[in-house]
Design a binder for this molecule. Structure first.
Ligand code: ADP
Ligand code: MG
Length: 708
């Protein structure tokens, strides 16, 4: 075996960028191109052109107005151009001395004094011109463009780029389908006569081929995981007549909406099957998902199985499930069944106690954060897992959950969907639990078809009757005093108010200072009103105490950071103030706004925006906030959010670094997405070997992430 050689800096950088395999390099497409194939005359150039010229230096001097700079004048025989360098070395001054002939490249700007270039690149004139457009790749400082270009070309020659599309697929794609090799060669080294515009807008057939490839890989991998799951067995949980489910329905203080009944039936149908459910229940904030979850839990428990409920944070778990527990507990205790809590902050003794309740099966309902799915937790008969606010769990957590459901021990981050292994000596644990996820952020259709393609979706599309619409107002931060007046009036009328401060990502400390300052200012401005503060760093017991004061109505105003994500259900709250609203995502704003308007009182949401240094809010920021004021429909808002922020943030993948679609754009490539979606099942059935080669080529070891 040869000595392992130390890697050079560029080699390390390649690995770090995920460009280890030849195929990865071949698929690392240029960000843009530079045309160095020809020399233009200044006379023929247009404003804003990135131009390459050859010219002679006629003047070179250091000037001090408006600031110190090297000013060089060149003449190419057709016109003159001024070059400006704001930082320069003596050696550069020498290279740019009067009389030098240079090949220059830069952006041409035409001031009234004539052509100018700021910091153009330059070298001696003459020399050969390249035959193809020059690709510019995304890279890092330790990996120079020139090195990367060579590496890509080498890899392109070596990589196996044989076609993996099944024969005949071209016909369904309408346009002539380019081969993969042909497409890649073209994109890495486009001929000089190709208009740059055709390359940059990704409509070119070469791009189409790559997008089709990528989308097909995603669909294949999702379909594979769906089929793997379908091969697993789950307990058939059927609702029995006069069972818990019926009793819970009878005990509810309200009638289910039509939507709730419909999704409830969809879920019940899934639960009754021996194939694991993998369903997302989506419904706008306040649409009443909790009761649907409670009914599902009742079915599972009635059938003799345990149900686990999870929310992303302790406080959310407590808030979201308090109602549910309140409904179920009175029905469980006569049966000798209990509710167990599992959270990260629990004392050891309490935790041990809870774990034994879970292991014995006495706890029919297990509630908590993702502590619920940690390895030490042994269920006796876990039949159903319900995750609330699933979009707030990171991709990695979702994967861990899936692996828990599959119960492969220690498989934290590598959840190969294996058949379940036996646990705790129980035959029943050979079963895979059913999985129900809930989200108030509706998944736009294109995402549902792509990233979430292996999921069944149920949608609640109406709100319970009797809600008053929330009026949304945009108010500049400079008018804070008026907002305080408004708060005073609301509290005087016996209502309650939320004030949410933004999360400042870079600094939790700053975040806190901000919330603390607001809390102090409001306390001072509202004598006689109890103003509470809730932030991420408070111990859970303290958080609970503050929440209790607010829910009981004693506290008039609650200031909080979003880390808490006010998930409370206080019907008496009628005003929601969101500070620095411009820093929130639309879906986040929508969820926060959904915390008011839960009772009969007329409610409002004030979006306070900070105009910023320039004295005005940026164009997009304004558009986003206006969208909030204009629509109350969570689906519409989610769609706009996707348009504005792209799927990365939508999926919460930013933190996890999960690879997303690189080439395809869900907004414009829906036809290709549909094509891939139709082809995937056919390909898995008829050409399994091609399918396998295709996913390996595209996803390598990362395929798990694309289906998380
Ligand atoms: P979300 O979908 O946001 O989780 P919740 O489940 O918290 O919404 O429900 C919001 C509020 O509406 C709760 O107070 C809940 O008890 C109530 N609710 C749910 N369903 C109905 C219904 N069909 N009629 C009246 N109120 C309902
Ligand atoms: Mg909820």
């Amino acid at each position: 075996m040869p000595e392992p050689k130390a890697l050079s800096a560029p080699q390390k950088a390649l690995l770090k960028l995920g460009l280890g395999r030849d195929i990865d390099l071949a698929l690392h497409l240029p960000l843009r191109y530079e045309d160095e194939t020809r020399i233009v005359k200044l006379r023929d150039a247009r404003e804003g052109d990135i131009a390459q010229i050859e010219a002679t230096v006629t003047a070179c001097e250091i000037v001090y107005r408006p600031r110190r700079q090297l000013m060089v004048t060149v003449d190419d025989g057709s016109d003159t151009c001024v070059l400006r360098f704001f930082s320069f070395y003596p050696s550069q001054q020498k290279a740019l001395a009067v009389g030098s002939r240079l090949r220059l490249r830069g952006e041409l700007k035409g001031g009234f004094l004539g052509w100018q270039m700021v910091h153009p690149t330059y070298k001696a004139a003459g020399g050969e011109l390249p035959a193809a457009l020059t690709p510019v790749y995304s890279t890092v400082a330790t990996l120079p463009q020139v090195y990367l270009r060579k590496a890509v070309l080498g890899a392109l020659a070596r990589a196996d780029l044989s076609d993996t599309f099944p024969p005949g697929v071209g016909e369904t794609l309408r346009a002539r389908v380019w081969g993969l090799r042909e497409a890649l060669a073209f994109l890495h080294q486009p001929a000089p006569d190709v208009p740059l515009a055709a390359l940059e807008d990704r409509s070119h057939p070469a791009w189409q081929r790559l997008k089709a490839e990528e989308l097909l890989a995603q669909q294949l991998s999702q379909l594979e995981s769906k089929r793997e799951r379908a091969a697993l067995r789950s307990p058939a949980l059927a609702a029995s007549p006069r069972g818990l489910h019926e009793r819970l329905l009878a005990a509810l203080p309200f009638q289910l909406t039509l939507s709730q009944r419909r999704v409830g039936e969809e879920i019940a149908r899934d639960l009754a099957r021996t194939v694991p459910m993998h369903r997302l229940l989506q419904g706008d904030v306040g649409s009443g998902k909790t009761v649907v979850a409670a009914l599902a839990a009742a079915i599972a428990i009635d059938a003799g199985w345990q149900c686990a409920l999870m929310a992303p944070t302790e406080i959310l778990a407590e808030q979201h499930f308090r109602k549910l527990i309140g409904w179920l507990e009175p029905l469980l205790s006569p049966l000798g069944l209990r509710v167990a809590w599992l959270t990260g902050s629990q004392k050891k003794k309490e935790r041990v106690e809870m774990l034994s309740l879970v292991a014995s099966g006495e706890a029919a309902l297990v509630v908590g954060t993702h502590a619920v799915i940690q390895d030490q937790v042994q269920f006796r008969r876990l039949g159903l897992v319900i995750i609330d606010e699933q979009h707030r769990f990171g991709v990695a957590q979702r994967l861990a959950l899936r692996s828990k459901a599959n119960s492969a021990p220690g498989a934290e981050n590598v959840p190969a969907p294996t058949p379940a292994l036996p646990r705790a000596g129980e035959g029943d644990s050979l079963f895979e639990p059913h999985l129900l996820m809930m989200s108030a952020t509706p998944i736009p259709r294109t995402l549902a078809m792509s990233y979430y393609a292996d999921l069944d979706v149920s949608t609640i599309d109406e709100l319970p009757p009797g809600r008053t619409p929330v009026v949304t107002k945009l108010i500049a931060d400079s008018r804070r005093d008026e907002v305080t007046q408004r708060i005073r009036a609301q509290v005087a009328a016996g209502r309650q108010v939320y004030w949410v401060c933004p999360l400042i990502e870079e600094s939790e400390a700053l975040d806190l200072t901000n919330a603390t300052a607001t809390h102090e200012a409001l306390s001072a401005a509202l004598p006689g009103v109890m103003v509470g503060l809730l932030h991420s760093r408070m111990p859970p017991a303290e958080k609970r105490a503050v929440m209790a004061l607010f829910t009981s109505g004693q506290m008039g105003v609650l200031v909080s950071t979003t880390v808490i994500e006010v998930g409370v259900d206080v019907a008496n709250a009628s005003l929601m103030v969101i500070e620095h609203a411009e820093r929130f995502g639309l879906s986040q704003l929508h969820q926060l706004r959904g915390r008011v308007g839960r009772g009969a009182a007329a409610s409002a949401c004030v979006l306070l925006y900070s105009a910023g240094d320039a004295g005005r809010l940026g164009e997009t920021a304004r558009a986003r906030l206006k969208a909030m004021a204009e629509t109350a429909d969570g689906f519409e808002i989610a769609r706009r959010d996707l348009d504005i922020r792209g799927p990365g943030e939508f999926l919460g993948a930013r933190q996890s670094g999960a690879p997303l679609l690189r080439f395809a754009d869900l907004a414009t490539d829906t036809p290709l997405l549909e094509w891939a979606r139709n082809l995937a099942p056919l390909m898995l059935d008829r050409y399994p070997e091609l399918a396998r080669r295709h996913t390996t080529r595209w996803l390598g070891g990362k395929s798990q992430y694309l289906k998380a």
